[in-house]
Design a protein around this ligand. Structure first.
Ligand code: URA
Length: 274
């Protein structure tokens, strides 16, 4: 398909696919079905036909705009029903990433994400700090200890949820991630979300909230309500590092977490996190 396409059509198709990918949509449908499994040669069920057509079309379209290697990586992800396997495919695709400047600005390792691939609840922070860069896992420093307490206060364990960041490499001196760094890295986060399919996402802090929601507003306005993030409920709360600096805000964060617990049907507990 890639060699026979008119270049203008190819460009338009690539733009179209990228637009949908940016929205977190990786599946594309077409009507044409043959009724015969091309591998087995046997008649297939309508749902199988639909699935096969969907996968083949998506791969062909992606081949046209990304080249065969990226498309092959996606092919694996499309056909993977197991989220753990899907996450492994995304990690492999990320490789030893050099897509933005952060790879040459002192990062020790990529901090991909950690937790339950079937999690109903996903926390998204800003960027790895020094401890995370050292250990290769998000939220393992002081802010991470507080996040663990917040998770426990909800009646959950760290292993029950999935934790990731907007960007996967530590910015030098823990500076705020640049816009282009977020744009380069976030497609991988979008794919992680698409594979995990959490019921609720909690954005930790203003950078995560503003990046995910593309809203420029103060935390006081961002908190305390639900957002629709590509079909998933998203709530915003204070970043644990901010709560370490201003512990008086913990009771406000607890209100946010209680809102999340209610949505997830978790029993209401009266204890706030310390
Ligand atoms: N702060 C973040 O936003 N993410 C981490 O992983 C650690 C600290």
């Amino acid at each position: 398909m890639s060699s026979s396409l008119d270049p203008n059509l190819r460009r338009a198709l690539a733009d179209h696919v990228r637009f949908y990918n940016d929205l977190g949509i990786f599946d594309f449908y077409r009507r044409e079905v043959t009724g015969v499994d091309p591998v087995e040669g046997s008649a297939t069920q309508p749902e199988q036909q639909e699935d096969m057509a969907r996968t083949k079309t998506a791969i062909a379209v992606l081949e046209a705009c990304e080249g065969p290697l990226e498309a092959t990586n996606r092919e694996r992800e499309f056909s993977i029903a197991d989220p753990a396997q899907g996450l492994r495919a995304i990690r492999e695709d990320l490789g030893d990433c050099i897509r933005c400047r952060l790879h040459k600005q002192g990062r020790k390792q990529i901090v991909f994400g950690v937790g339950n691939p079937n999690a109903e609840l996903m926390f998204i922070g800003e960027a790895p700090g020094a401890d995370e860069d050292e250990q290769g896992e998000p939220f393992v420093g002081r802010a991470g200890q507080l996040l663990n307490n917040m998770i426990r206060a909800m009646g959950l364990r760290r292993e029950d949820v999935y934790i990731a960041n907007i960007i996967k490499c530590r910015p030098p001196g823990n500076r705020t991630p640049e816009r282009d760094e977020c744009e380069t890295c976030s497609p991988f986060l979008m794919r992680q979300i698409a594979v995990i399919k959490p019921r609720v996402i909690v954005a930790l802090g203003a950078v995560a909230a503003k990046t995910l929601l593309a809203i420029n507003a103060p935390m006081s306005e961002l908190r305390g309500r639900w957002y629709d993030f590509r079909g998933t409920k998203l709530a915003v709360t204070y970043h644990p590092a901010f709560l370490l600096r201003d512990p008086r805000q913990k009771k406000e964060a607890w209100k946010d977490l209680q809102m999340v617990m209610k949505e997830l049907g978790l029993p209401a507990l009266s204890k706030s996190s310390e």
